[in-house]
Design a protein around this ligand. Structure first.
Ligand code: NAD
Length: 467
């Protein structure tokens, strides 16, 4: 009997298994695919970043380089696919080695709970029972399917098939303006596709503040067309084209495209693997209900990652994984983060963490904001990346930083400081008095804080504190 069995080997599952093994527990992990790492490493975060890296190189070659002109890039799709796959292979094979090094037993096959103390793993017609004292459900999520989409048509792409880069369509419609849709829009646009994004909501990248998203839209206005408040209601496949029905306030119209990527969100896998049959409580959408120790309604069973409430992000899952491993090992810990960062790896990147201004307004939280424009940053001007903003959202009375957002080159990397600031309860003054290197893009964080504090000297003195 294992001390712990982890069902699923994504960033949540393997982090939990490895941490538990390091704490001296006897651990097994069950994975239905041939490689470890789940969606994120195999067909999600990691391969998309490999493609976005290439997209960045192509887009950069197109930008004015202040005296240097590059020829039009030559694109070798096979080599790009190879970079994607070798990135995935490096990480997934390292995971298998680390599992071995930690003596975590890996069962490859489809796992299904048959009691609160055992899971049956099925593979190629054979079955094996794995008994456990504790289990962690880390079964993730899957793409939401829309009833009117002709999924059998090869011109319909999902987040997995889009990564294959089988062909570059002339005109690609992105159905859903969330992070997956916009990241793949960026990849395909750089490779030559015309892009139309159809988004039901008021803005693309819901979740980020509008003023930041506006900069992203502005930079991309000649590269992509954004149709917001627009619902895709039907797709008809004909030999010549995919005829997409778009519905907005003016009524319905047709758009003929030669490929559609569907990226309308993900739903949790809670209703699979016999999870509810053993008494684990789910909500109506299939999320497993957990407390702040990630414990489910069955005391020896825990759940982490996309199958639980909260953002569907790998770094949330891995931190939950560590928490549960430590709880099972007897530590007094829980999972109550103040800040879970989000990054859209688009061009430019958009990154945000903690409270947004939109959320503050919705929840009636009294906040102030300080937004430093990158057009006043020496490093941004010298690097030709002035289309950016660094924004702080802070408590009106205490000046404590509650949220932050950045749009611009390397925004995702710059966000780290602000995530730490929020977790440590920093105020504007703490950030403003921290010496940031000059000239640098991260200096914009310090300058935004100085702007809020009224001590800034890198902008006109409208906001200067006189006393
Ligand atoms: N870099 C990252 O952090 C990253 C990358 C990829 C995915 N993810 C996560 O994966 C999850 C799924 O991402 P996603 O982009 O698929 O989902 P999402 O929920 O973020 O966005 C889907 C969008 O589709 C729109 N939509 C739904 N039906 C529509 C219709 N019929 N017509 C037009 N628009 C429609 C919705 O309004 C929504 O804005 C998210 O939780 C996301 O945070 C994160």
């Amino acid at each position: 009997m294992y001390d712990l069995v982890v069902l699923g080997s994504g960033p949540g599952g393997y982090a939990a298994a490895f941490r538990a093994a390091d704490l001296g527990l006897n651990v097994a992990m069950i994975e239905r695919h041939r490689t470890l790492g789940g969606v994120c490493l195999n067909v999600g975060c990691i391969p998309s970043k490999a493609l976005l890296h290439v997209a960045g190189k192509i887009l950069m070659a197109d930008e004015p380089a202040h005296g240097v002109q590059f020829a039009k890039p030559t694109i070798n799709l096979e080599a790009i696919r190879h970079h994607r796959q070798s990135t995935v292979d490096t990480l997934t094979s390292n995971l298998a080695l680390m599992a071995k090094g930690r003596k975590v037993t890996v069962f490859y096959g489809e796992g299904k709970f048959d009691s609160t103390n055992s899971i049956t793993v099925s593979k190629d017609g054979s079955e094996e029972k794995v008994a456990f004292k504790n289990a962690i459900i880390a079964v993730g999520s899957r793409a939401i399917k829309l009833p009117f989409v002709p999924y059998d048509d090869p011109r319909i792409l999902d987040s997995t098939s889009a990564l294959q880069l089988e062909r570059i369509p002339e005109h690609l419609l992105i159905l859903g303006g969330g992070i997956i849709g916009l990241e793949m829009a960026t990849v395909y646009q750089s490779l030559g596709a015309k892009i139309t994004v159809a988004e039901l909501g008021e803005q693309v990248m819901t979740g980020a503040d509008k003023d930041l998203v506006k900069v992203f839209e502005q930079v991309n206005k000649d590269r992509m067309s954004f149709l917001t408040k627009t619902q895709v209601t039907n797709i008809e496949a004909t030999p010549e084209a995919l005829n997409v029905t778009l519905k907005d306030k003016d009524g319905e119209r047709q758009l003929a495209v030669d490929a559609v990527q569907v990226a309308v969100g993900r739903s949790p896998n809670g209703k699979t693997a016999g999870i509810s049959d053993i008494g684990v409580k789910l909500d109506e959408r299939g999320f497993v209900l957990t407390d702040d120790k990630c414990q489910t309604s069955v005391p020896n069973i825990y759940a982490i990652g996309d199958v639980t409430h909260g953002p569907m992000l790998a770094h949330k899952a891995s931190h939950q994984g560590h928490t549960v491993a430590e709880v099972i090992a007897g530590h007094k810990v829980d999972f109550q983060p103040l800040a879970i960062p989000s990054i859209a790896y688009t061009f430019p990147e958009v990154a945000w963490v903690g409270l947004t201004e939109t959320e503050a307004k919705k929840q009636d939280i009294p906040v102030k904001t300080a937004v430093f424009p990158w057009s006043a940053s020496g490093r941004a001007i010298a690097s030709g990346v002035t289309q950016g903003k660094t924004k702080l959202i802070y408590d009106e009375t205490t000046d404590r930083v509650l949220g932050a957002g950045i749009v611009g080159s390397h925004a995702g990397e710059l966000l780290g400081e602000l995530t730490l600031a929020i977790e440590l309860g920093a105020t504007l003054e703490d950030i403003a008095l921290t010496i940031h290197a000059h000239p640098s893009l991260h200096e914009t964080v310090g300058l935004a804080a100085e702007l809020g504090a009224g001590t800034i000297t890198d902008l006109p003195n409208k906001t200067a504190k006189k006393a």
